[in-house]
Write a protein that binds this ligand. Structure first.
Ligand SMILES: CC(C)(COP(=O)(O)OP(=O)(O)OC[C@H]1O[C@@H](n2cnc3c(N)ncnc32)[C@H](O)[C@@H]1OP(=O)(O)O)[C@@H](O)C(=O)NCCC(=O)NCCS
Length: 184
């Protein structure tokens, strides 16, 4: 992994996957509310999902980028995952993504994890910009982009969705300016 984990924030830890993450991860991916703007709940059987989970755990050290498990620091309880990954269909730009269990929503966790990963992207990986996108009806996600200082730059035509998909970007210069001002 190019990203050094664990990453500690005030309330969270972004870490390697643990075996005990499997059940909450499976519940999250089969929850229609979580998957509402992501093509619907995963149709995988537990066995298929278990196989995938084991493969991710086994390949962690061999890959440059990987989804990181996110847990509450105090209890080590899994609340979702987040990632920085080069996005093939966006010319390899580094894309920030999240998925969190429903019980954890609205507590600022996605914003907190996002801030930590923006710091990694700009300070450690030295990228020029970080991008992300979501369905325009996914108000919670759009709000997280805004809180992180990401700007809507254009819409993407993605045939699998019923609406143009807004692309959000945070440029290095804007990130550095916000850090100087103490915004984030
Ligand atoms: C999107 C998601 C990651 C946000 O996680 P989260 O931990 O709840 O995010 P935060 O608490 O940091 O911020 C959410 C913000 O959206 C606001 N929000 C959420 N739903 C809202 C709604 N329907 N209308 C208005 N505001 C809403 C919250 O009030 C909060 O803003 P605030 O801090 O100004 O009050 C989480 O809901 C999730 O995992 N959803 C399912 C998966 C998904 O859609 N992932 C994104 C795919 S691109």
């Amino acid at each position: 992994m190019l990203i050094n984990v664990p990453i500690q924030t005030e309330r969270l830890v972004l870490r390697c996957w643990e075996d005990s993450d499997f059940n909450p991860l499976y519940r999250m991916h089969t929850d229609p509310d979580v998957m509402r703007y992501l093509g619907g709940p995963l149709a995988w059987s537990r066995e298929r999902a278990r196989e995938h989970h084991s493969r991710i755990m086994a390949s962690w050290d061999e890959r440059d980028y990987c989804d990181m498990a996110v847990a509450v620091r105090e209890t080590n309880s899994f609340i979702g995952w987040c990632s920085l990954q080069p996005q093939e269909d966006l010319d390899g730009e580094i894309k920030l993504s999240w998925r969190c269990v429903k019980e954890s929503w609205g507590k600022g966790y996605a914003t907190e994890a996002g801030k930590a990963l923006l710091a990694v992207a700009f300070r450690n990986l030295g990228v020029a910009r970080v991008v992300s996108r979501c369905h325009p009806d996914n108000i919670g996600m759009v709000r997280v982009f805004e809180k992180l200082g990401m700007k809507h730059v254009r819409d993407l035509d993605m045939p699998q969705y019923d609406a143009p998909i807004p692309l959000y970007v945070l440029e290095r210069t804007d990130y550095e300016r916000s850090q100087d001002k103490g915004d984030t």
